[in-house]
Ligand binder design. Structure first.
Ligand code: ACK
Length: 413
């Protein structure tokens, strides 16, 4: 990690902190600020319950502002403050992974880490504020989902660019937890990857994979990774395929409320993706009339390939980006659609977007005194934003830890 993971800015990278002690001794990620606990308290108005954006397995996320009142001279910045749950079993390890990766990597499709707090037992992360929240929240909203076909294709492209950047870095990084709740959307619906707690250095040189404890989320993890613990960039491609499928169908990767043969989205839907008529029947009805059958088939075929059982049958993320570029469409306004059809029905057409993609205009305009108080805050109202991640994100399979865990393995073939 010490040398250039960062491709976009030529800064000399600091050494990666091995543990919190190391980070405290050598705290310099040049673009990341170190906040005191008091500053994070001020930024979130004492962690006000109505500033809670949501909660995941890791802890609670608050909305906040860092400004003059928090730190004199600081340009007012809207932030999201994530406070690590002190009881989380991964504790410092995941927190540190976020600081180390996001402290060194910078890309328009990765959420920006503005700073962190590591005072006493407090572990907080301060991110850029993503005004529209997670893709999960929009995609699986019961009513009022405003994710059109072109918005979904743009989100898929943005997220693919984020992954391609990680995989293409000089020292490749595997994200390992690609899912809709980790894709955040800004006010203009630009998508960025967040939550690098499970990210890992990828294989280097003649290594074919890294061996790790199997971590991730049911429904998203690649089958070979679940079975062997062998991690490669292709595992992320599988995760991408799952999200693409969720976006195409408007269904969750795992949904126990459906008939049992439809619980696992990939198992149920993948065989249908290459049958045009069947595909048309399962595409998210909320997008009806917004895509051409031809393009839908091409995107479905991409998802099909990303979801290959055989990792080598999956495309590289750079290839996914290339292909998705060709599917980008210009959103047509309601009025234009009416003119085009000459009638009351809304038919949105697709125009290849060569250079200027019109930005999405859909603005969607929000420790510890003691652990007990944190619990109380958690139980308090979540400001209308739901807990986005049900507590299903844990080791998929957790064998006893062995010394060699996480060590890269060479190609022994
Ligand atoms: O779907 P949401 O509104 O968006 O609810 C979840 C919640 O916190 C738990 O993850 C929200 N969230 C996480 N990071 C950010 C961020 N950087 N900006 C805005 N909201 C965020 C997420």
């Amino acid at each position: 990690m010490q040398d250039s993971l960062e491709r976009q800015s030529p800064t000399v990278l600091p050494l990666t902190a091995k543990d919190v002690k190391d980070l405290r001794k050598n705290p310099g990620y040049s673009n990341v600020d170190i906040f005191t606990y008091e500053e994070t308290r001020l930024a979130t108005k004492q962690f006000r319950p109505d500033y809670i954006l949501g909660e995941g397995g890791f802890g609670v996320v608050y909305k906040g502002v860092i400004d003059e009142n928090v730190r004199p001279g600081y340009k007012s910045t809207a932030v999201a403050v994530k406070e690590l749950n002190p009881d989380g079993f991964q504790g410092d390890r995941e927190w540190l992974a976020e600081v180390n990766y996001l402290g060194q990597l910078s890309h328009p499709n990765l959420v920006k880490l503005i700073g962190y707090c590591c005072e006493d037992e407090h572990r907080l992360l301060v991110y850029e504020y993503m005004a529209s929240g997670s893709l999960e929240k929009h995609l699986f909203r019961r009513v009022g989902c405003n994710l059109t076909w072109s918005k979904r294709m743009k989100i898929a492209l943005d997220a693919a660019k984020g992954l391609a950047f990680l995989h293409g870095a000089e020292r490749p990084v595997i994200y390992r937890d690609f899912k809709t709740s980790n894709i955040l959307l800004d006010a203009d619906f630009n998508a960025k990857l967040s939550d690098f707690g499970l990210a890992k250095d990828g294989p280097m040189g003649d290594q074919t994979h890294v061996s790790t404890r199997v971590m991730g989320t049911y429904g998203y993890a690649a089958p070979e990774y679940v079975m062997t613990g062998h991690l490669t960039a292709r595992s992320d491609v599988y995760g991408f395929g799952v999200v693409l499928l969720e976006m195409l169908l408007g269904r969750r990767a795992m949904d126990k409320s459906r008939p049992s043969r439809e619980h696992n989205l990939v198992e149920w839907a993948r065989p249908l993706l290459n049958h045009n008529k069947k595909l048309m029947r399962i595409l998210d009805p909320r997008m009806e009339g917004q895509y051409s059958a031809r393009t839908a088939m091409k995107v479905a075929n991409l998802a099909y390939q990303c979801l290959s059982q055989n990792p080598k049958g999956r495309p590289l993320m750079s290839q996914v980006v290339e292909l998705l570029e060709t599917f980008q469409t210009t959103e047509v306004t309601h009025e234009e659609a009416m003119l085009n059809t000459g009638a009351g029905g809304i038919t949105l057409y697709e125009a290849p977007n060569k250079s200027s993609h019109s930005p999405m205009k859909n603005r969607n305009p929000a420790r510890s005194e003691s652990h007990r108080q944190v619990e109380t805050r958690r139980r308090s109202a979540a400001n209308g934003r739901s807990k986005s991640e049900p507590p299903k994100d844990f080791d998929l399979y957790d064998p006893p830890r062995i010394e060699a865990e996480d060590k890269p393995e060479s190609n022994r073939g």
